[in-house]
Design a protein around this ligand. Structure first.
Ligand SMILES: [Zn+2]
Length: 607
């Protein structure tokens, strides 16, 4: 798992290089060597935004390894790992393994992005290391505001122009993280603006009042003004589409199922801006929707009545809307209530029919919401819920609430009668991360799932694997499997430090979940995993925006980052069959503990 921070004025391509760096091939041992030397980290030619890069590989366990003159610890597995400092620009990293008279060498090149520096007041110039903002093409409408940012010699007068317009608008000096020489400005799009892929040109001026600018710079993003008075219309191409609070990387705020009607009012690069209410927008990747021509632009769903029914043991709230609209389901912390907010609807709700007097729903309140939205507060009876499914049946939005578990018939075998979905992370061409020895995460994940499957079946559970073989199964297909049946979804992964991190520092177990109904099982498994010998470092229980925990809502869904494959000691544990057996035994114990405790809670029917 990599966490990236996005600095200003950086090229997206370089960052993507970092994101996908964990998938590159293993290096080759040097020729003419008698001992082996395999360099796995860093990948050749990678660009990083940081002062160091992770190094790692495998050699003879008795060898001595030097990386750019710095001695690396070699572990009994032959793995070595560490972090190597980088100079701005191109770096060559020399690896040398020696054992007696034998030597092996290898090299890697790494590019470190130059950190921003304050440029002196003269000569007057723009900083070529900062491409400026907007960095991507924009589609805007009248009233939208453009933000312009460039970097150059400090303390100068600066202006910008848009397209072939004559007017210069001011850019004001600012600093970022103590670095001087940034200039920022803004422009509000006017109804009369007719811009098509217009360039934004920025100027720096000398103090002597010359009529010619001293330097000019074009930012990469081009500006187009959409003069259509109505939104463009798009439909979501698949289920599990998320609208986010910001372009590309914002927090996930809303769900859109296949066919959902979306009103598009702008774009930043490949991210489209969706109007939800007059004041609320979300962003969706362009490739997840198809633009629709000829559909009335301001269509809305309409909610007049709803009903509560019972189906396949779940309580189902059915809301005819006439149109598939985006929505959000929010669970209260202890799953005592659940909120459903729909956007782009006319709220004329005045009729609620409950055909399940002993069902899970205690009451539904039509709560105040902003223009064009409808917010339902659904309070639940008894002990919360196992999970829920929010899906469309035609243009009827259905929220199926699943009852908490019933007490087990045989308390010594709490898993009996339950189905657990085990998800070995990655598969096929998706290898996951690589350990220092070159071992692939996907294979370890599959082996751990095999052990866990046997242990859970011994305890009486029915276990299904989301990928039985070494196959590439998409995350959406894994999530779809959880729509069928199952009482718990456990995804098995192993962690990796970022390319600019120190692999010797980050170790241990983390358990990830997203929805409140998954928290108890996440904590139960985590507690048990910390009881194994040798005890893993406690990385923590993390509420994280990860696909599997986020999109699987029908049951508790957790993702285990069992250990850090980037750490040679953790890697050795993962290669140790006896440890793997004990470790998965602890996961099985956590799962059993949660099933026992969950079934002891009062349920909707046992009140
Ligand atoms: Zn993984």
């Amino acid at each position: 798992m990599l966490r990236l921070s996005f600095g200003p004025c950086r090229a997206a391509d370089a960052l993507l290089t970092v994101v996908f760096a964990c998938c590159v091939a293993i290096g080759q041992p040097a020729e003419d060597s008698l001992i082996s030397l395999l360099v796995v980290w860093p990948p050749e030619g990678v660009t990083v935004d940081g002062a160091r890069v992770r190094v790692g590989g495998r050699t003879d366990p008795a060898a001595r390894v030097m990386v750019n003159g710095q001695q690396m610890r070699v572990f009994p597995s032959g793995a070595f790992a560490g972090a190597c400092p980088l100079e701005p620009g191109d770096n060559t990293i020399h690896f040398r393994a020696t054992k007696g008279e034998q030597t092996a060498t290898a090299e890697r090149t790494v590019v470190r992005q130059r950190p921003f520096r304050s440029l002196p007041a003269t000569p007057i110039c723009f900083d070529p290391d900062c491409e400026g903002e907007p960095s991507e093409d924009l589609e805007v409408r009248a009233g939208d505001t453009l933000r312009i940012c460039v970097k150059g010699s400090r303390g100068r007068k600066a202006t910008f122009r848009i397209g072939s317009g004559e007017t210069h608008y001011p850019l004001l000096p600012t600093s970022r993280d103590g670095v001087e020489g940034f200039y920022e400005g803004a422009y509000q799009v006017k109804p009369s603006d007719r811009l098509v892929q217009a360039r934004v040109t920025c100027y720096l001026w000398s103090a002597k009042g010359k009529s010619e600018p001293a330097a000019q710079w074009r930012v990469p993003g081009r500006v187009t003004v959409n003069t259509n008075p109505f939104p463009d219309v798009a439909r979501a191409k698949e289920d599990y589409v998320r609208l986010r609070a910001e372009p590309h990387h914002g927090a996930p705020i809303l769900a859109a199922r296949e066919g959902t009607h979306l009103q598009i009012v702008g774009a930043v690069g490949d991210s489209l801006r969706v109007a939800l209410t007059p004041t609320l927008h979300g962003w969706v990747p362009r490739d997840l929707v198809r633009m629709v021509r000829g559909e009335p632009p301001l269509r809305r769903g309409c909610i007049r009545d709803l009903s509560v029914t019972e189906k396949n043991g779940a309580t189902v709230v059915r809301i005819p809307l006439g149109l598939r609209v985006p929505f959000i389901v929010t669970e209260h912390p202890h799953s005592s209530a659940i909120e459903l907010t729909m956007f782009g609807v006319e709220n004329s709700l005045n009729w609620i029919t409950d055909r399940t007097p002993r069902g899970m729903v205690e009451a539904i309140v039509n709560a105040p919401a902003s223009d064009g939205a409808c917010r339902l507060e659904i309070s639940l009876r008894g002990g919360g819920l196992l999970g829920y499914r929010a899906y469309y049946d035609g243009a009827v939005l259905c929220l199926a609430l699943r009852r908490p578990l019933s007490p087990p018939a045989d308390s010594t075998r709490p898993l009996r009668g339950h189905t657990i979905l085990l998800d070995p992370g990655h598969g096929g061409p998706s290898k996951g991360t690589l350990g220092s020895t070159g071992i692939e995460e996907k294979a370890i994940n599959r082996d751990l799932c095999g052990i866990l499957r046997r242990l859970l079946e011994t305890r009486g559970a029915t276990v299904r694997l989301t990928r039985p073989e070494d196959a590439d199964v998409s995350l959406a297909d894994r999530a779809r499997q959880a729509e069928q049946d199952g009482d718990l979804f456990v995804s098995i992964h192993n962690n990796s430090i970022a390319l600019t991190g120190d692999p010797l520092e980050a170790r241990g177990v983390g358990v990830y979940y997203y929805h409140p109904h998954s928290r108890d099982v996440a904590q139960a498994i985590y507690r048990q995993m910390l009881r194994v010998e040798p005890r893993p470092e406690p990385y923590g229980v993390v509420t994280a925006d990860l696909y599997i925990p986020r999109e699987i809502t029908a049951m508790p869904s957790v993702l285990l980052e069992c250990l850090f494959l980037s750490n040679p000691e953790d890697e050795m544990l993962l290669m140790d069959k006896a440890f793997s057996e004990r470790y998965m035994e602890s996961v099985a114990a956590g799962i059993a503990e949660w099933f026992s405790a969950a079934a002891r809670k009062p349920t909707a029917t046992s009140e």
